[in-house]
Design a protein around this ligand. Structure first.
Ligand code: APR
Ligand code: PHB
Length: 389
């Protein structure tokens, strides 16, 4: 099998890249080890930055997002029974959309298949070869048989546990990592959201987040110790803990049947460089952020927007300047998002090793954000997505 761009992974990064390349007349094949149903059901994040929503729209893949997504003009930071609203349009002229990543994946799969795109499900990449040449190859297995995909470039969009990162030569790669001493317990519930906007809660009992998926479905998160088993969190315990952490006069938590429970570990991780020879990394394959800043999906989308432009330049006139600059350009946004995600995480979570001094600093910082327009704008600019980094 032969194509121009071999893409590993049908997450948002791989699918959006394949779609953007198609719009520029560049052929690609997407290899995905899971089946379509699995990819479309995975519960992931749900905040789409202003610029990413615009890019989806401009590519013709934003219709359902604009119909079913919710425009959010702010978030609430809550602590000590008080809330501070960060007004996005007032501070930055931008907003965000609440639209689940899993819905973006469904939209992009449907669109690729309608456009005759090749998305091969249950096709697992097993090796990436000859990346030091201009004829790299991806070995993959499908239906028990081994096949080979030959291409001009390979883009590994295969997530944190994929083979892309491991295929870069060990002597050229550096990785940077921070593992946090807590995780998130996330639930989906058939309950109306407990407000119109997201609420990020700092409390002595730990962090909580109130989000939503639709007018009838809520998404909530609780900080829990690493190694937590959801079996230790029956529904009643979850609701009681959400209430205890988030209480604020005039606010009530809407309860309903819990339909999904999961644990998310919290990690910061960066790979440098994001390219070697004819292999590129994009999305979670190259970097991970803790979800507190809602940056994971958005970073993945920004990587492939950059790469689609660079590959367009290469396809149009053989100019590889964009491809040569990809790693350095992408890493500037990655490190900005790494800092913001770390900052939001350490501002709002209770470090189990921390002291009362650390907690006082967090409260002082939260009060400063509430009192200072400049401090609120810092948060709003980063949260809604910086146009240029
Ligand atoms: N062969 C084929 N497919 C693979 C392989 C392989 N060897 N290894 C992994 N994959 C697939 C996975 O099954 C998955 O569908 O690659 C895909 C990677 O998708 P994502 O994990 O969604 O990564 P990405 O597209 O970069 O999106 C990043 O996902 O984890 C969240 O917070 C993160 O929102 C961010 C987004
Ligand atoms: C979500 O809705 O899943 C969500 C929202 C905001 C975050 C993380 C996750 O920061």
């Amino acid at each position: 099998m032969r194509t121009a761009i071999g893409i590993i992974g049908a997450g948002p990064a791989g699918l959006f890249l394949s779609h953007l390349l198609h719009r520029r007349g560049i052929a690609s094949v997407v290899l995905e080890r899971r089946d379509r149903d699995y990819c479309e059901r995975r519960q992931r994040a749900g905040v789409v930055e202003h610029g990413v929503a615009e890019a989806l729209r401009a590519s013709g893949a934003g219709a359902r997002m604009d119909r079913d997504g919710f425009v959010h003009d702010g978030i609430e930071l809550r602590h000590g029974g008080r809330g501070h609203r960060v007004d996005f349009p007032g501070l930055t002229g931008r907003n965000v959309l609440i639209y689940a990543q899993t819905e973006i994946v469904k939209d992009l799969i449907a669109r690729r298949l309608a456009d005759g795109g090749e998305v091969l499900f249950e096709a697992e990449a097993t090796a990436i070869e000859d990346i030091g040449t201009d004829r790299p190859r991806v070995r993959f297995t499908r239906g028990g048989a081994e096949e080979v995909l030959e291409c001009d470039y390979v883009v590994a969009c295969d997530g944190f546990h994929g083979i892309g990162r491991a295929s870069l030569p060990a002597d050229v790669v550096r990785t940077f990592e921070k593992v946090y001493p807590f995780s998130w317990l996330g639930i989906l519930a058939d309950a109306a959201p407990s407000g119109d906007e997201l609420v990020y809660v700092h409390s002595p009992r730990g962090f909580a987040l109130h989000s939503m998926r639709s007018e009838r479905v809520s998404r909530h998160y609780l900080q829990v110790p690493n190694g937590t088993d959801t079996a230790d969190w029956p529904d009643e315990r979850i609701w009681a803990e959400l209430e205890a952490r988030s209480a604020r006069p005039g606010w009530t938590l809407n309860r309903g049947p819990i339909t999904d429970k999961g644990i998310t570990p919290m990690r910061s991780f960066v790979t440098e460089p994001m390219r070697h020879g004819s292999l590129f990394l994009a999305g979670d394959a190259a970097h991970i952020v803790p979800p507190t800043g809602a940056k994971g999906l958005n970073l993945a989308m920004h990587d492939v927007m950059l790469l689609a432009d660079a590959l367009g330049q290469w396809a149009d006139d053989g100019d590889t300047a964009g491809l040569d600059a990809y790693s350095a350009t992408a890493l500037r946004r990655v490190w900005r998002a790494e800092h913001f995600s770390y900052w939001m995480t350490t501002l709002l979570h209770t470090d189990p090793e921390g002291t009362e001094f650390d907690r006082r600093l967090q409260v002082a910082h939260l009060e400063h954000i509430a009192a200072s327009e400049a401090a609120s704008r810092h948060l709003a600019e980063n949260y809604t997505g910086l146009p240029r980094v």
